[in-house]
Write a protein that binds this ligand. Sequence first.
Ligand code: NDP
Length: 451
Amino acid sequence: MRPVEDHFADQFMRNLIARNPGETEFHEAVHRVVGSLLPVLARHSKYLDHRILERMVEPERVILFRVPWMDDRGEIQINKGFRVEFNSALGPYKGGLRFHSTVNLGVLKAVGFEQVFSNSLTTLPMGGGMGGSDFEPKGRSDNEVMRFCQSFMTELSRHIGSNIDVPSGGIGVGGREIGYLFGQYKRLRNTFDGVLTGKSLKWGGSLVRPEATGYGAVYFAEEMLKTRGDSLEGKRVAISGAGNVAQHAAEKCLALGAKVVTFSDSSGFVTVKEGATREMWEKIMDLKNVRRGRVSELADAFPGVTYHEGAGVWRVPCDVALPCATRWELDGDDAKALLENGCTCISEGANMPSTPDAVEFFVAKKLLFGPSKAANAGGVAISGLEMSQNSMRYSWTRNEVDERLHEIMIRIHDACAAAATRYGQPGNYVSGADIAGFVRVADSMIDQGLV
Ligand code: NDP
C-alpha cells in the first residue's frame, strides 16, 4: 500500500479548477468523488501510475455547435448545442440530453461525469456522456420545437450512432422531442437503428421506461433495509414530488405493502394519515399527467388527506424518505428532522436531492442512505435494456423488463455495499457507489492502454 500524500486531493482540485475555469458545477461534481477514492488510490498504486483520475476528468471529446432555426414569426434564432462524450471504456457513450436555458458546458460536464459512474454501476455495457442546448422548449409551439430539434440533430447526427453514442431524453427532452430528433436522424442517415433511447413504444421504446427510476429507487431502499433484517412492508414512506419519479416510487411502495404518507409539488405537500390507497394514487396520476392539477386537490377529494402550503415535507414523521422532486430539496435541517422523527432509510429518486451537508449528516449518523448515483440508476438501466432490445430487434414483456430492472438494482446495491466494506466504510453507500463505479471504469481503461 502506497500512502497518498495528504495534499493530493487539494492539489488535484487546484489543477482541475485551473484547467477548467468557471465550470463550478463540474468542480463540485469531481470534488465529491475524489474524497471517496483516496483509499482506493492508496491501496492500488496502478491507478496513480496510469494517471486514471486525471484521464477520467478530461472528456474524451466535447462537441460544441451552432443551432440556427426559425421561429413562428419568421425570425432567426441561434442556440448553442453541446455533446460531451466523456468516457467510452465500458461501451458507447450514453447519457441524457437537456434543453433548458441554464445549460452550459460546466453543467453538462458535471452531469456527464456523474453519468460515467452511474452507468458503470449498472454493469451494462455503457460509457458515459451528456448533451443538450440552452434552448428552452417551454412556451414554444410544436412547430418551433420540431424546427429546433431538426437543426440540432443535423449537426449531432455526425457524431452519434448505436455503437458510438446513444443519447436519451432528460429535462426538456421528452417523448415529443425524442420523436423529432429520431425522425431527423433517420432522414439524414437513412437508417432505422437504436440511436436514441426513450423512444415511443410504437417504434422501438422499452416497456417500464416511465416507471424505471421510481421503481429502482424503491428496490434500492428495500435492499438497504434487508441488510438490517428489515423490509418496506408496513413502513411509513414520505415521498416528495408528484411527477414521474414520485408517482412510480409510490406505486411500487403500495405494491410492497408500505404506507405512503406524503406527496408534494412546487406549491405545497399533502399528508395522508392512514397511508395512500390505490384510488389516491390514481387521482395523483390523473391530476399530474392529464389535468395538470395540484396535489392540494387530493385533500379536496379524500378525507384523511391534509394539504400544507409551502415546503416542509421532511418534517412529517416517517420510517423511509424518498426525495423524488428536485436537486437540493432536502437540506441539513431537514436531515436532522428526519432522524428525530424516526426515519432510518433515505433513497434518492431525484438527481442529488440532498444538499452536501444533509449527505454528510446521513453518513455520520450511519443511516441507510442511497445516493442518486446508485439509487436512481433504474432509468439509465432501462435505457441500456432498450439498446439491447433494439439490437436484437425484439421486445421483452413488462414482467421481463421489470425483473431485469430489479436484478440490476440488487447488483448495484450489492456492488456499493461490498466496495464500502472492502475499503473500511461498511454501510457507507456514498463512498461505495463512487468506488464501485470507478474501479470498473479504471480497470477497463488500463486494459485498453493509453487511449
Ligand atoms: P417531473 O417534472 O415529472 O416531476 C417533478 C415533481 O417535483 C413535480 O411534481 C414538481 O412540482 C415537483 N417539484 C419541483 N420543484 C419542487 C420543489 N422545489 N419542491 C417541491 N416539489 C417540487 O420530474 P421527474 O419526476 O421526471 O424527475 C424528478 C427528478 O428526478 C428530477 O431531478 C430529474 O432530473 C430526476 N430524474 C428523473 C429521471 C426520470 O426517469 N424521470 C431519471 C433520473 C433523474 P410541480 O408539479 O408543481 O411542477
